[in-house]
Write a protein that binds this ligand. Structure first.
Ligand code: Z5A
Ligand code: MG
Length: 223
């Protein structure tokens, strides 16, 4: 479900930025593709900013980092709420950028938040509550990859959630979130096993289309 936020301008020439989100399980190539898209749009002269969640630079983000790197233990519900608070602290800035015409490319967001926490056994609806009212993306580019494939990629296994059995559950929980979404056309599921270049071509096409089509539409909030 989503609610529209009115934009305080009536000019027909007004164009807002697009909120382009990358989601998926570990090592599916989200950051690789988000960075490539960012560079592409910058070179083409678009106003664009890159965001990554968790944002480990803020005080909340530093606690999240300590948790993910196994240097701090926290109750499952407490860490869930910190991930959510980490998004809330960025909302005013993200909203201003979008309304000011800048496209934002976001690497993980509330869908990761709900999927990872619910996969630990927390109630899915409880997990969604703390993210109600956050800005809704204009598109979710979901990088889909089997756990067997993601395991083969560099770095898998260094952080708390990077375990094969857990990742299988997370993948299923993401699929459930897509299924439950009132507007599942928001989700563009890509086969992340393809080459970096082939994926980039598809992502550019999706993104240019979204940038064009959402420019006159109001921003939306999740509810
Ligand atoms: N988390 C949470 O619990 N709650 C929340 O609310 C949020 C997050 C927001 C940290 O995330 C953890 O936080 C994460 C979810 C949880 N769980 N874990 N663990 P993170 O985003 O900081 O994690 P990361 O370190 O960036 O890893 P990643 O996101 O899982 O990886 P990725 O961005 O999807 O993949 P990549 O870095 O682009 O690529 C991985 C490797 O694959 C690299 O060697 C690439 O060169 C290679 N690669 C990329 N694309 C390809 C293709 N197409 N073919 C072959 N190889 C490729
Ligand atoms: Mg990443």
């Amino acid at each position: 479900m989503s609610k529209e936020i009115s934009i305080s301008t009536n000019t027909s020439t007004y164009k807002r930025g697009a909120f382009i989100l990358f989601e998926g399980c570990d090592r599916t190539g989200k950051s690789t593709q988000a960075n490539k898209l960012f560079e592409y749009l910058q070179i083409k002269g678009h106003a664009v900013k890159f965001w990554k969640f968790p944002d480990r630079t803020t005080p909340i983000g530093q606690t999240i980092n300590a948790y993910l790197t196994n240097n701090q233990e926290l109750d499952d519900k407490a860490i869930h709420l910190l991930f959510s608070a980490n998004r809330w602290e960025c909302m005013p800035k993200m909203k201003n950028l979008l309304l000011g015409g800048t496209t934002i490319i976001v690497d993980r967001y509330a869908y990761s938040g709900v999927s990872y926490s619910a996969s630990k056994g927390l109630d899915l609806n409880w997990c969604r509550c703390s993210d109600i009212g956050l800005l809704r993306p204009d598109v979710i580019i979901f990088m889909d990859l089997s756990t067997e494939e993601s395991e083969k990629r560099g770095g898998f296994g260094e952080e708390r959630y990077e375990k094969k059995d857990f990742q299988e559950i997370v993948r299923k929980t993401f699929a459930l979130l897509k299924e439950k979404d009132d507007d599942d056309s928001l989700w563009k599921v890509l086969d992340a096993k393809q080459s970096v270049e082939r994926l980039h071509e598809q992502i550019v096409e999706i993104s240019l289309d979204i940038i064009e089509n959402c420019s006159q539409l109001p921003l939306k909030e999740d509810n």
